[in-house]
Design a binder for this molecule. Sequence first.
Ligand SMILES: Cc1cc2nc3c(=O)[nH]c(=O)nc-3n(C[C@H](O)[C@H](O)[C@H](O)COP(=O)(O)O)c2cc1C
Length: 177
Amino acid sequence: MKIIVITGSPHRSGTTAALAEQFSIGAAGAGHQVCRFDAAFKNVHPCIACEKCHTTEDGCAFKDDMEDLNPKLLEADAVVFVSPIYYYDINAQIKAVIDRFYANDAVLHGHKKAALILAMADDTIESADGAVASFKSMTKFLEWDIAGTLIGVNCGDVEALKKTDYLTQAYELGKNM
Ligand SMILES: Cc1cc2nc3c(=O)[nH]c(=O)nc-3n(C[C@H](O)[C@H](O)[C@H](O)COP(=O)(O)O)c2cc1C
């Protein structure tokens, strides 16, 4: 299976980077082909709703790093979103990527699995409700099957993350995709 892992954090060695890495090790060990797109280190302009993608043959107005991601997204069997919680939601860097799906949503529909991996400082899972709700709505709209959701609470930094078993859970999620 071809899996694209999209991360949002600007921390190269933060909690969600560690979770993404363990997921990828688990998935690769199970024979899956894993490709990672770290949105915070890419040039992805936010959608400006110009509708050029839907009204012309030229596609999206922005010729940026989404041009690399789009073909991989189209051929992926699974898309995994990995984000820190920022103000009760996924962060802006990963949201910019998701909004840019708009240019290709007709061809992105169906035949994919999806998973969500989140980390946050709070100790209450409810702090991820907004992120989980939009993930469920997005996957329903795109007709993607949810393969798993991992919500890491009490994960304000890597030291805190290491006191939990979320790294193992991320590995297992990758292995069982
Ligand atoms: C701008 C900002 C907003 C945040 N908002 C929340 C929040 O609403 N709830 C929470 O539990 N943690 C919040 N956090 C903490 C991060 O989710 C947490 O530190 C996470 O581990 C960061 O992941 P990273 O190391 O992969 O970047 C916030 C952090 C930042 C920088």
